[in-house]
Ligand binder design. Structure first.
Ligand code: MSP
Length: 641
């Protein structure tokens, strides 16, 4: 089945309502699902809730509720949040669903028969929040007074357990797993994470305890009622039970969808997905998932956002204030999947105001308003294009290629950074052509400029649809286009023909600058007015983020004597556009490829109609003009200390 795509999210513990971290995993899967739909694929997108285990048993007891009643109370919250964020899943699995329970029991019975599951005794440590067995070897160093080791993943104290248990023969799969990783270097994205998995496996795999007798809330172990299945053995299997595994009459479904094409998860649960899960599948003679996408954490002030730390952000509060699509955009653009990223409201507002309201929303508004003002609601097709418009058309082809390859590599933030470069190009085209003047002298040329801008916006809207579906459907409707997945738009875009006519529609602004932006700008100006001191405190120093970046591109800005337009690579922070008054001192060749230091968190400002996101540091005396650069090659994005 070349034309199918099966994508999964982790199933979330049913102990609380979703937070921004859970939304992030789900959103990435939704973006991938939509991207594949746009590419004409038949997509199955699975998400759901992990409802068994000690963690839930304890949380329910604390709430004075029966565990099932307890998890039931969160289902609506999850489904509501996903719907409000336009998460278009195919199936929502609950591990208390009877078909799942029966299939897990069948899996256990089959592996007992095969000899891959056997009964023994477990004595060791257990981390209930992570639902994981912890050995002394992998425990984090500190131990509490009772000598209990701490969990290496969440750093909390473990509990001691000693009980009869069934074991899965994980040790038997060590070599097979190592062979698999070697044969499939593409298995884990980002690739760098493969090393930690391989090292863990190489350090020696011990058989995995897969049942508990001191926990009651779980899948009853077939043939031994004292035991329930260990929650991860139950939960991981959701990826196959949801598509029919071990269920009579659903064999074709399993055949159609399994193996999954992409499984999304946070870095905290990579071991379960990259080691235990493939071993389970090997034992069942099932194919392994094609790829795991392992993302970093959303942090608040450098700490992981989590319920236990009490620093969670409620996605519904953000939604009410900013709307679903702007939040989706911000998470995909700002959180580099490969790293942990800090979330801040101010930054979110800044991006909504600058990227969405200014760069994109204003372009749409200016074009439609100008066209209407000059009686051009219906924009005829153009037969012959001027050089500037042809350049823009070529740029629109290039962006499709680049965007596609970033998306295929799951580098979503880079795809968006690249797309924004094109949006700025369209803005420059519109600004430089001055259609508001041309309309007075050359109506034909005016029509051409509006039509070229509309074609560019059409490309932008389709490419951005996986990230901001509703806003982009709205944008397309302003161009007179009804979004329809069956039209196979990407193929149409790839043909690159700019032969369309457009019927433009006026509407409300596509994006609204957050009210709070005004307040924060006001606050900044008040602070600026405050009396100046000769000294600054360390607090002032740390406010300025100085970061290293590589100048990837340097272009002249027409009509500007001093400015260059630089595209600067800040590593995990993406590519930023910086305008810099250094044209009289360097040629573009002298700058491209050089590293320099930039003020990274300078409020974006507009010059010559273009946005600048930062400032390059220089030093100048009577004879020399110098860039401030690191003396050796340094990772892009690194902050100066
Ligand atoms: N129930 C298990 C998964 C079983 S999958 C067979 C679980 N649940 S969880 O609710 O704790 O986490 C689910 C997902 O949310 C993980 O991918 C985790 O990384 C993600 N996030 C939770 N907090 C997060 C952040 N602060 N940032 C980004 N994602 C994080 O683990």
């Amino acid at each position: 089945m070349k034309n199918k795509f099966y994508v999964t999210t982790p199933i979330y513990y049913g102990t609380a309502k979703p937070h921004l971290g859970s939304l992030y995993s789900t959103l990435l899967a939704d973006v991938v699902a939509r991207w594949n739909k746009l590419n004409g694929k038949d997509v199955f997108f699975l998400t759901g809730i992990d409802e068994h285990g000690q963690k839930i048993e304890q949380a329910a007891a604390k709430a004075g509720m029966d565990p099932k009643e307890f998890v039931d109370s969160f289902i609506k919250e999850y489904k509501d949040t996903w719907h409000k964020y336009h998460i278009d899943y195919t199936k929502f699995i609950r591990t208390t669903d009877p078909y799942h329970i029966q299939a897990v029991q069948k899996w256990i019975k089959d592996l007992i028969k095969k000899g891959d599951i056997y009964k023994s005794f477990y004595e060791g440590w257990y981390c209930t929040p992570c639902e994981t067995f912890v050995t002394k070897k992998d425990a984090s160093k500190k131990e509490d007074e009772s000598c209990q080791p701490f969990c290496p993943s969440c750093d909390r104290a473990t509990i001691a357990i000693a009980e009869e248990s069934y074991f899965f023969k994980l040790s038997a799969y060590q070599d097979k797993l190592l062979h698999f990783y070697k044969q499939h270097p593409e298995f884990i994205v980002p690739k760098e994470r493969t090393k930690e998995v391989v090292n863990f496996v190489k350090s020696g795999l011990r058989d995995l305890s897969i049942s508990r007798t001191t926990v009651k809330w779980g899948v009853p172990f077939p043939g031994d009622e004292k035991h329930v299945a260990y929650v991860w053995a139950d939960a991981l299997n959701n990826y196959i039970t949801a598509v029919g595994y071990a269920q009579k009459g659903r064999e074709n479904e399993l055949k159609k969808w399994w193996p999954a094409d992409l499984q999304v998860m946070g870095k905290d649960i990579i071991r379960f997905h990259a080691i235990y899960w493939p071993a389970f599948l090997m034992a069942s003679d099932l194919a392994l998932p094609k790829q795991l996408l392992v993302h970093g954490w959303i942090k608040i002030d450098q700490k992981k956002m989590s319920k236990s730390l009490g620093n969670v952000v409620d996605p519904l509060v953000l939604l009410q204030k900013y709307g679903a699509d702007p939040v989706r955009y911000y998470l995909v653009r700002q959180m580099a999947i490969t790293h942990d990223s800090d979330f801040s409201i101010k930054d979110l507002e800044r991006h909504i105001a600058s990227d969405l309201a200014n760069d994109l929303g204003n372009l749409v508004r200016r074009m439609v308003t100008l066209a209407y003002k000059n009686d051009l609601a219906i924009v005829p097709a153009i037969n012959s294009w001027s050089e500037k418009s042809r350049d823009l058309r070529d740029a629109s082809w290039n962006i499709i290629d680049d965007f596609q390859s970033y998306m295929e590599d799951c580098q979503f933030h880079m795809a968006l950074a690249r797309l924004w470069k094109f949006i700025n190009q369209v803005n420059s085209y519109f600004h430089e052509q001055e259609p508001w003047k041309i309309v007075k002298t050359d109506k034909q040329k005016f029509v051409e400029i509006i039509n070229a801008t509309a074609h560019s916006l059409r490309v932008i809207a389709y490419l951005l649809w996986p990230v901001m579906p509703k806003k982009m459907e709205d944008l397309l409707s302003r161009l007179g286009i009804t979004f329809d997945l069956h039209n196979n738009m990407l193929q149409d875009l790839e043909l690159g023909r700019w032969h369309h006519a457009f019927t433009l529609h006026k509407g409300e602004p596509l994006f609204v600058k957050p009210e709070l932006m005004k307040e924060s700008v006001e606050q900044d100006t008040v602070q600026e007015k405050e009396k100046k001191e000769d000294y600054i405190s360390i607090d002032d120093v740390v406010k300025v983020q100085l970061r290293v970046g590589t100048i990837e591109q340097c272009e002249e800005i027409p009509k500007s004597q001093k400015l260059y337009k630089l595209q600067v690579n800040f590593g995990k922070f993406g590519i930023k556009q910086v305008l810099s008054g250094i044209k009289n001192y360097f040629t573009p060749e002298q700058l491209v490829g050089r590293q320099a230091v930039f003020i990274f968190n300078l409020k974006p400002r507009k010059m010559m109609g273009l946005e600048s996101h930062g400032m390059i540091l220089t030093a100048k005396d009577e004879d020399n003009f110098s860039l401030i650069s690191p003396t050796t090659q340094i990772e892009n994005g690194i902050q100066l200390k």
